[in-house]
Design a protein around this ligand. Structure first.
Ligand code: GCU
Length: 680
């Protein structure tokens, strides 16, 4: 081979694998490498026509210029009339718009006046923007754009992120730095991150964001902060993203200096009405309030012997004239409840049908709290007369926090598809606790980005599979090389089951360290509240292990039956003898050991697969993930050893001799403590 050719090839390689800091997420728009495909793309798009001059149209033009020019490595001219092979992005062009609603879009290859065109059209500019992002995704994932006929509408209307960001920029359960909202310099200083945040969200169809923590500070509702919120709303608006705020129920007392926050008190009601008026004067399309009330010490209507509906309806009345909504969280539990599993259901089902039409009740995916695997929350099927939002958690509070690679799409799908898809059919919106921070790559762990991406894609279209979404994400985020795509996909698709196995197999739950929730602590018994203690959840004794919820009637019989027959949930619902025979033929103790070891083995396999990608993904992200996987292997072993050694004190059976034996004692694991663990 000639020297110059070799050099050129080398340079090409280096160029492709330039270190990347991850900031651009999945909108990297890397040049199309395959010559034939590049030629086909260049032939298909020789010009672009975007008419209109709304703020969203400006955004559309910018994104198309950015994406097309970078992908196709040429300057595609913008024209006012089609010149042949033109990409036309314009609203109201097609005859088939009636079923598209306000956000759906059509992408269709068509011949107009003898010229081959690709039309992206919708009823609204926002719909066109979604179509444009979809088209760019086709190019980024190297699909053919020759003869397109795509009609797409979102399956859920409300597709939200919930930021648990405090006004001092501390992010509760945040593992990716401090808040991206710099409240101190807003409204005058507009960080480009705000614009990119909007782009990334719009590119996957997310259409709303709650800016502040559910453990809310009333200060966010003061005039000074509302100006700052309005500045963000102005940036997000062209991208179809509405802002919402977490509202503290006692705000009328804290910032309004009233003596009460009783929802039936006239002055309190007037205060909220005036507040709504003030907000809408600044932000005409303000989304509404998210409220955590009478939960974990937060104020709420029960303080005044009123119920959740009284509280929610009062706030909903204030927002109704402006089209705003109240999203009222159902995450409630208190020390007096006999079983935390049941409490949300018990408190909310009597209120079904009692909420105003602009109230939605937001229910966490499981009855406890974002565990690696939970049965779906029974409340999701028990409120037929109340619009519901489903809440997931992107930030990995219980899923290895900032250092474990866990692809959450299989978890999201498991819930959406629960009870033969009943769950996805009842929810009107989906929200997820964000995993963003000011780390350069937004989510700290490069694979945290995949969860953000998967959330948006699934909110839009529940029928996408975890594998399809992973495929899209990898191609846009890392590479279109089949070897890379396949290896990373295998890693991602095995990661969720791995964490279930090395943390909480067979239906174990809530056995992590107290407060910070970092690391295993199944022995925890003394937090001062029974339902914060791991021993309350696993109930291990010499007879067996698991929470006996046999009499639990919150699910309909068919669901109860399906959970009863499913060993993945065994210890969620039953206290089971150590010698109980499992489907595998092993007894429960042996099966528990088997699962914990399998979890660790899977992470080791993930690590091995990743290490083989050296040179095939850019150096910087390769090294980051490599280091993080090493931590994950270490911590998976820690979880396995600590849990098995502890449960062994009850099972009184040996760890099978063919397994690697723990290198520390139970006492060693028990004395570890982490006063500065993040996010707490
Ligand atoms: C969990 C989490 C808290 C959070 C709460 C909530 O309990 O640990 O930090 O405030 O959920 O969802 O409100």
């Amino acid at each position: 081979m000639k020297k110059t050719l070799l050099l050129l090839m080398l340079l090409h390689c280096i160029h492709n694998l330039q270190a990347e800091d991850g900031y651009e997420l999945w909108l990297r728009y890397k040049p199309v490498e395959n010559k034939a495909l590049l030629t086909a793309y260049r032939q298909a798009i020789t010009a672009v026509q975007v008419s209109g001059n709304s703020a969203t149209t400006v955004v559309i033009k910018k994104e198309l210029a950015l994406g097309l020019n970078a992908l196709l490595q040429t300057t595609i001219p913008f024209v006012s009339t089609p010149t042949g092979n033109t990409l036309i992005a314009e609203r109201g062009l097609s005859e088939n718009l009636k079923d598209l609603g306000t956000e759906g879009f059509i992408i269709r290859s068509k011949t107009i006046n003898g010229k081959k065109c690709t039309i992206i059209t919708a009823n609204t500019d926002i719909g066109v923007l979604y179509g444009v992002f979809h088209f760019l995704r086709l190019l980024q994932t190297r699909q053919s754009v020759q003869s397109l006929d795509i009609v797409s509408t979102p399956q859920t209307k409300l597709r939200l992120l919930n930021h648990w960001d405090n006004l001092n920029r501390y992010v509760e359960r945040g593992y990716a730095g401090i808040s991206i909202w710099n409240w101190h310099t807003l409204p005058d200083y507009i960080d480009t991150r705000y614009i990119d945040y909007a782009r990334y969200n719009a590119s996957v169809g997310i259409n709303g964001t709650v800016l502040n923590n559910v453990n809310a500070n009333a200060e966010i509702l003061t005039p000074v902060y509302l100006q700052k919120v309005a500045a963000l709303a102005t940036i997000f608006r062209p991208y179809g993203i509405k802002v919402y705020l977490s509202a503290r129920f006692s705000a009328p007392m804290e910032i309004g200096h009233l003596k009460t926050a009783d929802p039936l008190n006239d002055t309190v009601q007037q205060w909220w009405h005036a507040k709504a008026k003030e907000i809408y004067a600044l932000i005409p399309d303000f989304g509404g309030f998210l409220v955590k009330a009478n939960s974990e010490g937060q104020p709420g209507p029960q303080t005044y012997n009123r119920n959740h509906a009284d509280g929610a309806n009062m706030m909903a009345d204030a927002l109704a004239p402006y089209g705003g909504i109240v999203i009222w969280r159902a995450f409630v539990y208190d020390a007096k409840a006999s079983d935390r599993f049941k409490q949300a259901y018990d408190e909310f089902t009597p209120l079904d049908g009692k909420f105003k039409t602009n109230v939605l009740v937001q229910v966490k995916n499981g009855p406890i709290d974002f565990q690696p695997r939970e049965p779906f929350s029974p409340l999701l099927e028990a409120m037929p007369h109340t619009p519901l939002m489903l809440e997931f958690q992107l930030t990995q509070e219980y899923l290895g926090q900032g250092t474990h690679l866990v692809y959450e799409a299989p978890l999201f799908k498991e819930i959406l598809e629960a009870d033969n898809g009943m769950v996805e059919n009842v929810v009107k919106g989906i929200a997820a606790v964000a995993n963003t921070g000011n780390e350069r790559n937004w989510t700290a762990h490069p694979f945290g980005q995949a969860n953000w991406y998967a959330l948006g894609r699934l909110e839009w279209d529940h029928s996408l599979s975890s594998s399809q979404i992973a495929d899209e994400w990898i191609r846009q985020t890392f590479s279109n090389e089949p070897k890379v795509v396949n290896s990373i996909k295998e890693i991602m698709l095995s990661s969720r089951e791995a964490i279930v196995n090395y943390m909480t197999p067979l239906g174990l739950h809530h056995i992590m360290g107290n407060g910070h929730h970092y690391g295993p602590a199944p022995w925890g018994y003394n937090t001062g509240r029974a339902d914060w203690n791991p021993v309350y959840y696993h109930k291990a004794d010499t007879a067996g292990i698991g929470f006996d919820r046999t009499g639990l009637l919150q699910y309909k019989p068919s669901v109860q039956q399906s959970y009863a027959g499913n060993e993945q949930y065994l210890l969620w619902f039953h206290h089971v003898s150590w010698l109980h025979k499992m489907h595998s033929g092993r007894n429960l103790w042996e099966e528990l050991c088997y699962k914990y070891y399998a979890g660790v083995d899977t992470v080791k396999a993930m690590q091995q697969k990743w290490n083989q990608l050296e040179g095939s993904v850019d150096e910087e992200r390769f090294r980051q993930v490599k280091m993080l996987l090493a931590i994950q292997v270490k911590e998976a072993i820690w979880w396995r050893n600590a849990c098995l050694l502890y449960f062994q004190t009850f099972s009184r059976q040996p760890l099978p001799a063919n397994y690697e034996q723990p290198d520390h004692t139970l006492e060693y694991y028990k004395q570890l403590n982490f006063p500065y663990a993040p996010g707490n």
